[in-house]
Design a protein around this ligand. Structure first.
Ligand code: NAD
Length: 293
């Protein structure tokens, strides 16, 4: 059984991006810049944004963190996005989700200029992805594709089952795996909360992607022997014995599932790190398009 180590793959991707950034700086160009908007003080969101900023710095990108209070109104957020859209020194814009109730996620996503949409959530990016046109790929599925490529896990002709149909993970993942691209060409089944015979379908999966947000939901009796299992789930589960008072759990019961698989991603240390790698790659791509490099 192969452990799909996200740390290893993300480090390799970051090394390449760092070298490219160094070359840009040497030739007198500015560094790529990512702007992140963080609203409120949700613990997980704080951690994700801090990690994105830190990773930018590690590879020589610059970053801009815009913070708003939990009670900020929608118009002010949209105004800030318009400002960042117009700022030539900003290549990529991300708004950390989830948002407080008074702010429409859809309006925020659609306000970002598609040329700076490094999260790949804008309908324009999603439409291009669906039609197989060059576009920003949502960072998590993008990171998973990089992982499949890094470990040369053959996907052609395989049956992939994706649990979860969100716009940020499940749906774009299913599109990529079914596309006629390297590490695509799977026959894909997408499952969701109304799928009645989930276990039966999962048992047919050569590649199983779990992205439903239910800790340790996927058990050994749902997994075909020798399957590749990709665990996207990240849930904080309260645990008094842990230093922080919680532990991060994936959607897969790793201890019982891992021995049955041919390859599996751990949580933490798997897909989460690849998501950041995807975001950084998208930011460099945005920079190149926006500056004409
Ligand atoms: P979401 O809540 O938007 O979507 C969950 C999906 O799972 C829905 O489509 C729903 O129909 C499906 N679902 C829920 N219960 C189900 C069940 N019992 N059986 C079958 N399907 C079921 O979640 P999301 O934003 O796609 O995130 C999913 C998980 O991935 C979460 O734990 C999230 O924290 C995590 N996540 C991790 C990363 C990462 O970098 N590793 C990135 C994004 C999201």
């Amino acid at each position: 059984m192969l452990i799909l180590d996200g740390k290893l793959v993300a480090a390799a991707v970051k090394e390449t991006l760092k070298a490219e950034t160094e070359n840009l700086l040497k030739s007198g160009k500015r560094a790529p810049q990512l702007a992140a908007i963080l609203i409120g003080s949700n613990g997980a969101s704080e951690t994700y944004v801090a990690s994105k900023v830190k990773n930018c710095e590690e590879i020589g990108f610059t970053s801009l963190l815009v913070r708003f209070d939990e009670t900020i109104d929608e118009a002010s957020v949209l105004h800030k996005i318009a400002e960042l859209n117009a700022d030539d020194s900003v290549d990529g814009i991300l708004v950390q989700l989830p948002l407080p109730k008074q702010i429409s996620e859809q309006k925020v996503i659609e306000a970002i200029d598609p040329s700076k949409d490094v999260d790949g959530f804008h309908p324009s990016s999603a439409g291009k992805l669906m039609q197989g046109l060059p576009s920003f790929i949502p960072a998590t599925p993008y990171g998973i594709m990089m992982m499949l490529e890094f470990f040369k896990l053959e996907t052609k002709g395989k049956h992939a089952v994706v649990i979860g149909r969100s716009n940020i993970v499940g749906r774009p993942m299913s599109i990529l795996l079914s596309s006629n691209i390297p590490y695509g060409n799977c026959t894909v089944t997408i499952c969701h909360s109304h799928t009645p015979n989930l276990k039966e379908i999962c048992l047919q999966a050569d590649i199983l992607v779990a992205a439903l947000g239910k800790p340790e939901f996927v058990k050994a009796d749902m997994v075909k022997p020798g399957a590749i299992v990709i665990d996207v789930g990240i849930t904080r589960v309260a645990d008094d014995t842990a230093k922080k008072g919680f532990r991060i759990k994936g959607d897969v019961d790793y201890n019982e599932v891992a021995p049955k698989t041919s390859a599996i991603t751990p949580v933490p240390g798997g897909v989460g790190l690849m998501t950041i790698a995807g975001l950084l790659k998208n930011t460099l791509q945005a920079y190149k398009t926006n500056t004409g490099v």
